[in-house]
Design a protein around this ligand. Structure first.
Ligand SMILES: NC(=O)CC[C@H](N)C(=O)O
Length: 428
């Protein structure tokens, strides 16, 4: 195909193309092969077949396929020839681009499934037009340029096409999400969305005028982050339907300065760590091993009082309003059927959910856990009828709690346990 500046067929070609591509547009292919250059004839055939199906009738023109492929080829060649001549065709291309970018071509209805296909196709057309127009200028701009410049230019053309497509997509989303209606609420939503766009667009303009690419990049990234943050807030608020959002959880682990047998001080530090965990938005607070007594109580673990005082501290924690609305996992020694275990006690809103004994003892080096504790050997088993001491029952009204090796299943998460030595032990 030869390109001449005075090609008389060019305006005709473009007008016809516009007719094909603009509403009532029926092209529905999402193929992206049309976006970077001239569409292949097989792509065009696929697009047209789909269009025919949608129209449920044969195309008006028997040679429409051939005409369309010729049009595209002719358009590209003719535009290239017209570059820089201020020919109305180039203006027409520009107008068409802007016209469709504001949804003015009237093709976007509010709710039909065809409208999203249409939006995507018109978006593709836009990218194709941007590329064609840009390519038409390419010859002028690249006269005497080397290959590297050409490559750079192509990349910029694609970026331009992407930007045009993003703007169009944003606006078409609005016209579908907030369709024109008489309801005040819908009008308010539409105005809010458009006002937000307008302000962001103004910010972009201001950034462009700065003419400092690194600053523009930084601020644009910040805007993206803010929007992503808002988006995840909405997703979180949407409930557990959104599994990705529902699986996000903040957990607090604490390293406390606990002292052996300092029950009052240890309790104070545990409580303040729970308050801190809640302040930071955690829904689960995990404390150190044997944090109520302190880890190194040595033969004090033979004394009944050590267990009693541990329960007293636990009672105070259970009834303290500061421990509400967070899963607390504290470490303390517990006797079950007369046997001492090094345990995790998990509670929520004043109720003991599980007492979980350690299943592997640390006895290497100067660790001597087996001297004071037994390990829980019943893997995956619990005693559901563990009797809580009277002082706990009278404080919280709960008489028994599950004792053993279990996983706690919450509505949106499961909680398993591993205490220190268990991490290093195969098969634990
Ligand atoms: N308390 C423990 O279970 C300690 C075990 C582990 N071997 C360590 O050295 O830390």
């Amino acid at each position: 195909m030869t390109a001449t500046k005075s090609s008389s067929i060019a305006p005709f070609l473009f007008v016809r193309l516009k007719h094909y591509f603009c509403p009532p547009c029926w092209l529905t292919s999402r193929s992206s092969s049309t976006l970077v250059g001239q569409p292949s004839s097989s792509t065009l055939r696929a697009i047209l077949s789909e269009a025919e199906c949608r129209l449920q009738s044969p195309p008006a023109h028997p040679f429409v396929r051939n005409l369309l492929s010729q049009d595209l080829g002719g358009l590209a060649a003719s535009l290239r020839g017209l570059a820089g001549t201020k020919h109305p065709l180039v203006e027409d291309a520009k107008r068409s681009l802007l016209f469709s970018a504001v949804g003015g071509s009237g093709g976007l209805s509010s709710d039909s499934s065809a409208s999203s296909a249409l939006a995507s196709t018109v978006g593709q057309t836009r990218r194709a037009v941007v590329l064609l127009v840009a390519r038409a200028h390419e010859e002028l701009l690249t006269k005497g340029s080397d290959l590297h410049d050409l490559e750079l230019l192509r990349r910029r053309q694609c970026q331009l096409a992407d930007i045009a497509d993003s703007v169009y997509t944003a606006l078409s989303i609005h016209s579908r999400v907030v369709p024109p209606t008489n309801s005040d609420l819908a009008k308010g939503n539409a105005l809010a969305a458009l006002a937000g766009d307008y302000l962001l667009a103004s910010a972009s303009l201001g950034l462009a005028e700065l003419d400092r690419p690194p600053v523009v990049k930084l601020i644009s990234e910040a805007i993206c982050d803010i929007v992503a943050g808002r988006f995840s807030l909405i997703a979180n608020a949407a409930g557990t339907d959104n599994m990705e959002a529902a699986s996000l959880c903040t957990m607090a682990t604490c390293v406390l300065n606990q002292w052996s047998m300092d029950f009052a001080g240890n309790k104070r530090r545990i409580l303040s760590s729970i308050i801190e965990a809640k302040r930071l938005g955690a829904s689960y607070r995990l404390g150190p091993e044997l944090e109520i007594t302190g880890y190194g109580c040595s033969d004090h673990f033979y004394e009944g009082d050590t267990f009693l005082h541990s329960w007293q501290v636990l009672r105070d924690l259970l009834i303290d309003p500061a421990t509400r609305d967070i899963v607390c996992d504290v470490g303390m020694p517990v006797r079950h059927l007369g046997v001492a275990y090094n345990c995790r006690v998990v509670f929520l809103n004043g109720q003991v959910l599980l007492i979980r004994p350690k299943t592997r003892m640390a006895d290497d080096g100067n660790y001597r856990e087996s001297r004071w504790f037994s390990r829980w050997t019943k893997r995956g088993e619990i005693d559901k009828t563990f009797q809580l001491p009277d002082l706990i029952e009278s404080a919280i009204g709960q008489s028994t709690a599950p004792f053993g090796d279990a996983v706690l299943a919450f509505r949106d998460a499961s909680l398993g346990f591993e205490t220190c030595e268990e991490i290093w032990t195969i098969g634990s």
